[in-house]
Write a protein that binds this ligand. Sequence first.
Ligand SMILES: Cc1ncc(COP(=O)(O)O)c(C=O)c1O
Length: 368
Amino acid sequence: MDISHLDTPSLIADLDAMSINIQLMQERINDLGLALRPHTKAHKIPAVAQMQIDAGAQGICVAKLGEAEVMAQGGIKDILITTPIAGQKKIQRLITLHQGHPDTRFIQVIDDHYHVVEIAKAASAANICVELMIEVECGQQRCGAQVGDALVELIQAIQITDGVSYAGVQAYSGHLQHVKGYCSRNEQARSVVVPLFDFIRSTLEPKGMAPQIISGGGTGTYTAYQGLGYSEIQAGSYLFMDAAYLAIGDETNATKNQQFSPALKVLSTVISQPTPSRTVIDAGMKCLSIDLGMPIVEGREGVRYQTGGDEHGILHHEEGCEIFELGQQVILLPSHCDTTLNNFDTLYAVQDGKVVSQWTIKGRGRSD
Ligand SMILES: Cc1ncc(COP(=O)(O)O)c(C=O)c1O
């Protein structure tokens, strides 16, 4: 089917660009001597996670327990849950997840003694052991134990408690992923985690507390980590390369990142043309997120997208730009792939303008 036959708004993925991005990131991470554990919050589709694993990824990350349930159900066997959980309901779901998939490796991120005590209690009652990874603070000031005595005490607590085991540490600096300029981003990314690696060598290793896994990094920062001590990289957005990431710059260009190709797009239709310089399309905030800026109109240099509210997108064109026609399809590159994808039930895979496959976005809305 030609994409012109798709109803709109629809979410489409350029299959060739996506496959090249998967291959390229795997090669780059291999070259750094690290393992890749892609963050699947970007796509939420078990079949796409399997493509990443088939290309060499050693497992996946998910942000939430709900996403872990979807991925385990879809046959993925090595899953790191990168956000701490709290409350008896969640902890019981984590235990049930382990029991339902005894041949799958799950690692749960934590940062507090509460997590150790409560997860261990539930795991012991179920006669299982839950692997825990400690998130450490590295500049983002979101979750994360402080590097220092607090970290030592938390590792100790895991090591002496039945029902849990110590898998390693997570050091993710989300606040630096979109710093503009390759050198400045790399410098900042390294400098915020150097104290952690110094602490591992000076204190944790002599105490027999060296983490087996050190996990972190994203599409913006993975290049900074060679030789530091990370064992795996959690990048996710490289798969789709949204407009926000395209603007961060790379080794050769200060303002344009050309390492990966844009693969995620929203297909929309012109529904109104009130003036020659203002076109209205059927894609507003309920399908195109704007938390990281406005989407880009593909192939139309002089045309700028402005949100028109929940259901409308407004295209402003500079003088001299070719005018759109009512009913014409317009393709947009989302500014933020994660929050845009979460608005759709289906992702259409497209090659040479034809829909060749489609995936149900099984983790859509699974922020639970
Ligand atoms: C903990 C964690 N790791 C990795 C990633 C992936 O980063 P990116 O999508 O920027 O590559 C994210 C994204 O939000 C994250 O929250």
